[in-house]
Structures are given as structure tokens and as C-alpha cells.
Design a protein around this ligand. Structure first.
Ligand code: HEM
Ligand code: SF4
Length: 512
């Protein structure tokens, strides 16, 4: 008769099995060894899965050229950190580039495994980490990209985001307490009024709310996307003060999720499935038990009452005489020389800081009035515009077929080409947010877009061609809601007229 233990192992899915056999974080001590033996000789599960615990992604589309996903808390980098990242990708020539992601993060391309020990040294010296950024871990923690510089902000989230990251990753060294979650986990801490972080699509979202005249956060839980189900976050009916309580509550929720979360079926392992099973009241009770204190009930309303802002252009800061400038980075793609240049501009004209946004753009803060004119005349601003065309301005795209093995279509270059064509043909008074995602995994978040395009394969004239499913109705900012699929299987080659019609009919575009 099989032992209880082997019965238990049998029902575990393949991911739970390999996690139980060896924690993803364990490969941290094997990096020198991997570098010596070369990627071809690395155990398949270590190569394809466990390395993701350290942010190192084997890319089957470009074998031997890895992607390195950083952590960028609140999307903030110093110019020196950006230069280190630029140096890392520069050594790979045309294979090296970087993408700003929809979690306000940065992913480096072309990385060789033999260089990782060296690269991790560089990252460590520059106070950066890629720890626990992939697989069943807490992803980059987002916050308002104008935290601390926006005159209308309610709470400066920078320290809080850093503290939550430090708690989860043990200050970037790795923390076995949170390396075996049932699935991935997203946390956002919003300090402004425009829901810049898309609170509704995070597993935990802190949103500003006044209670008895005091400013703190209401807490939402369980928001997520997956190929099979998308759910907006629901209120936990909790209000916390904007201090270490945010860290403690995050830890308690993560602990309950780690210990009680559903693990049998990976399609049903995200936090919302556990909340569904327990009911929100029971879930809240377990969180309180974990904390050992009673939680304060949510404030009646939160302070998210603006439309979302994209922060592209020149804006006055709350500090008199200082400005922040949002640069449009087409589909988030950066080359090494762009990164060096951006870093230089931030040092020469600003305070040596660069910020990333979930729209895959960059902000240079702290530019004194007297530096503004020269800054705006810099050649880099021809490429990264402060007043881009309307559709290009709000375009977002996931990685797609160029690097991602899940992709059913090419995304970034196609997205950009189509947006440029439509911008040339049409006149629009306000941006229309078009999001591309290469497959149903939805990394490019088509459900939050005005027009979402999800890669798929389509039959046309007896042939299989690249196509998209069309999503509409996503709303961001206040009263955010998720869009849904309204039309399936449009061949990409027929997409231009379809989008043109939608833009004219539903978004008031006029032919030029
Ligand atoms: C089973 C489901 C999923 C799988 C297997 C998956 C896999 C991946 C992979 C392999 C990449 C890296 C591709 C590359 O850049 O080389 C990626 C990127 C990313 N994923 Fe997912 N993903 C899934 C679902 C999601 C969901 C639901 C979200 C959140 C909405 C998400 C957010 C992201 C983000 C922000 C990136 C960075 C890409 C960008 O912004 O350009 N992923 N994903
Ligand atoms: S949506 Fe699909 S194609 Fe795009 S990055 Fe995610 S897994 Fe890859």
C-alpha cells in the first residue's frame, strides 16, 4: 500500500512537486556552479523554473540568452542604478535591451548565465535586486510614479513600498518564508487620487482613505487576471494607518495565503479562489488571528476620485521651482544607449533619479525651472517625446513573440506600427488606451484598456494566421472596471480597418 506521503505527493501538481523537492531560492547558492558548467548542463527544472526565483528567465525562443527581471520598488531608480543596468545590457551588443513593464519594473535581455555571478555582484553594489521576481513570488510592488513630488498626493508611498519589499525578500537577500506561495502575488500601494497602480488588479491594494479625519489606507484583496478568469479586487473591510501596519498586514495576508491557499490546481490557486472558498469574513478573521490583533473596519469611502493621468509632459512639482517631465517610451523598449542617455539627463538636469510607470514610460523628476529649456532641447526627447501622437501615447504591449514562448503573435512592433498608421489617418481629442497582449496570460492587461487586443491563432482562407480577440470597456482611475471580450478571432492583417471603425464610432475620431 502506498504511504500517506506518497499519496500526497501524487496529487501535487508538477509545480508543487518540484517546489517541495527543492525550493526555488536554493539555486542562489549554485550560480557559480551553473556559470561554470554552462546553461546546457543545468538541470531542466532549475533552468526553466527555479532560476525564475532569482528573476532569471530561460527564454526558449532565444536559448542561452536569458531575461533578467529586476525589482524596482515604486518604479524608482537612481541614475547610477540605471547606468549599471545599461552596462549590463551593453555587453550583449544587439542582443541586449531592456523593457519597462506594466508593473513599473524593468526586464533586461540577452543575459548570459556565465555572467550572472558578476552581474549579481554589480547589482548588489548598486543596491538593486532581482530576488523573488518570478514564479510563485510577490512581484514588483507598485506605487504612484509621482510619489513625493505631486502636489495633490495624499500619502508618499516610497518608504512603505521599500519596507514591504524588504520584508518579503529579506532586503533582497532572499526569504524562504515567502518563496513557496501557491501562485504569484501582486501588491500595490497607491498614495494619489488617480489609481495610478490599477488597484483593482492586485492581490493586495492599499488605497488612500480618511477615517475619523485621519489619513490611512482602505485595503482591497484578490484582484487578478488569468487565462480562465479575471476578477477585480474586493474590499477586505480594513483600514490601516500609513506606517508599519502596512508591512504587518501584508505579511499576515501573505502568511494566510501561503498556509491556506489552494495548491491542487494552478488555475485555481490565486488568492481570490481562497477568498471565494472561505468567504471574505472568514478570510479577514484568519488574517486577524495571524496578526494577533483586531483590525479596524474600512473607512466609508476611499479618496480615489480622479481620472487616471499618464504623467507624460512637463508638470510642476509640489516643491517650488521644480518640475517632473514624463517621457513617452514607445512600448517600453530601451536600448543600452538610451539608458545611458536617460541616466545622464537625470544627473545633469534633475537630481539623478528616474522613475518608471505602469504605462511603460519614464519620468525624470526634480528638474529646476532654469534647467527645463535645455532639458527639453536634448536629442533624446526626439525619440522619447513629451507630446507623442494620441494613440502612441497610451499604447501598452507585453513582450510577445520576439522573446516569449507563450506568445501566439508578435506584439510590440505590430502595436507600434498600427498605432502610427492610425495616428496618421485619424484625429482624436483624447487618448484611447490600446493594450496588446500576446496570449491569454494577459501580461499586457487588455482588460484594463479602452481597446484590448489578445493574441490568438485564426483560420483565414484555409490557413492559420496571427490574429487577436478584441476586448472593450476597460476603465481605469476612479470607478475602474474590467473590459470583456467583444469579438473573437480577427486576423491581424485585417485589424487596421476594424480599429479605424471602432475609433471613429466609439471614440469620436475623425478622418484627417
Ligand atoms: C499563467 C499565466 C502567466 C504566465 C505563464 C506568464 C508568463 C510570463 C512570461 C514568461 C513573461 C516574460 C516574457 C518576457 O518578457 O520574456 C511575462 C511577463 C510579464 N507578465 Fe506574465 N504570465 C502570466 C500571467 C500574467 C498576468 C495575469 C499578469 C498580470 C496582469 C502578468 C504580468 C506580467 C508582466 C507585467 C510582465 C512583464 C511584461 C511587460 O510588461 O511587458 N503575467 N509573463
Ligand atoms: S501575455 Fe503571453 S506573450 Fe505576452 S508576455 Fe505574457 S505570456 Fe508572454
Amino acid at each position: 500500500m502506498p504511504s500517506v506521503e506518497s499519496e500526497k505527493t501524487k496529487v501535487l501538481n508538477k509545480f508543487e512537486k518540484f517546489k517541495a523537492e527543492k525550493d526555488g531560492l536554493d539555486v542562489k547558492d549554485e550560480l557559480e556552479h551553473f556559470a561554470r558548467i554552462g546553461w546546457e548542463a543545468v538541470d531542466k527544472t532549475d533552468l526553466e523554473h527555479r532560476l525564475k526565483w532569482l528573476g532569471i528567465f530561460y527564454r526558449p525562443v532565444t536559448p542561452g540568452k536569458f531575461m533578467l527581471r529586476m525589482r524596482t520598488p515604486n518604479g524608482i531608480l537612481t541614475s547610477q542604478q540605471l547606468r549599471v543596468l545599461a552596462e549590463i545590457v551593453q555587453r550583449y551588443g544587439t542582443d541586449g535591451s531592456a523593457d519597462i513593464t506594466t508593473r513599473q519594473n524593468i526586464q533586461l535581455r540577452g543575459i548570459r548565465l556565465e555572467d550572472i555571478p558578476d552581474i549579481f555582484q554589480q547589482l548588489h553594489s548598486a543596491n538593486m535586486t532581482s530576488m523573488q521576481s518570478g514564479m510563485d513570488n510577490v512581484r514588483n510592488i507598485t506605487g504612484s510614479p509621482v510619489a513625493g513630488i505631486d502636489g495633490d498626493e495624499l500619502i508618499d508611498t516610497r518608504q512603505l513600498v521599500q519596507q514591504v519589499q524588504d520584508m518579503i525578500t529579506n532586503k533582497g537577500e532572499g526569504n524562504y518564508a515567502f518563496t513557496n506561495l501557491p501562485r504569484k502575488f501582486n501588491i500595490a500601494i497607491e498614495g494619489g487620487r488617480d489609481n495610478s497602480v490599477h488597484a483593482e488588479i492586485n492581490d493586495i491594494a492599499f488605497v488612500p482613505a480618511y477615517k475619523d479625519g485621519q489619513l490611512g489606507f482602505n485595503v482591497l484583496v484578490g484582484g487578478f487576471f488569468s487565462a480562465k478568469r479575471c476578477a477585480a479586487a474586493v474590499p477586505l473591510n480594513v483600514w490601516v494607518t500609513p506606517n508599519e501596519d502596512v508591512v504587518k498586514l501584508s505579511r499576515a495576508i501573505l502568511t494566510v495565503y501561503r498556509d491556506k491557499g489552494l495548491r491542487a490546481n494552478r488555475q485555481k490557486s490565486r488568492l481570490m479562489w481562497l477568498i471565494d472558498e472561505l468567504g471574505i469574513e472568514k478570510f479577514r478573521q484568519l488574517v486577524e488571528e495571524e496578526l494577533g490583533t483586531t483590525l479596524s473596519a474600512a473607512a466609508e469611502k476611499d479618496e480615489i476620485d480622479w481620472e487616471k493621468r499618464d504623467r507624460i509632459g512637463v508638470y510642476k512639482q509640489k516643491q517650488p521651482g521644480l518640475n517632473y517631465v514624463g517621457l513617452h517610451i514607445p512600448v517600453g523598449r530601451l536600448q543600452a544607449e538610451d539608458m545611458f542617455d536617460l541616466s545622464r539627463l537625470a544627473e545633469v538636469y534633475g537630481s539623478g533619479e528616474v522613475r518608471l510607470t505602469v504605462e511603460q514610460n519614464a519620468i525624470v523628476p526634480n528638474i529646476p525651472d532654469e534647467n527645463l529649456e535645455l532639458f527639453l532641447a536634448e536629442p533624446l526627447l526626439q525619440k522619447f517625446a513629451i507630446a507623442p501622437q494620441v494613440l502612441e501615447r497610451a499604447l501598452v504591449s507585453c513582450t510577445g513573440a520576439q522573446f516569449c514562448n507563450f506568445a501566439l503573435v508578435e506584439t510590440k512592433s505590430r502595436a507600434l506600427a498600427l498605432a502610427k498608421e492610425l495616428d496618421a489617418e485619424l484625429q482624436m481629442s483624447h487618448p484611447v488606451r490600446i493594450h496588446w497582449t500576446g496570449c491569454p496570460n494577459s501580461c499586457g492587461q487588455p482588460q484594463v484598456a479602452d481597446i484590448g487586443l489578445m493574441g490568438t491563432k485564426v483560420r483565414k482562407d484555409g490557413k492559420t494566421v496571427e490574429g487577436v480577440d478584441l476586448y472593450m470597456g476597460g476603465k481605469v482611475g476612479k470607478d475602474a472596471r474590467l473590459g470583456t471580450c467583444v469579438q473573437k478571432g480577427i486576423p491581424c492583417e485585417d485589424l487596421l480597418p476594424v480599429l479605424r471603425n471602432i475609433l471613429i464610432k466609439d471614440f469620436g475620431a475623425k478622418v484627417k
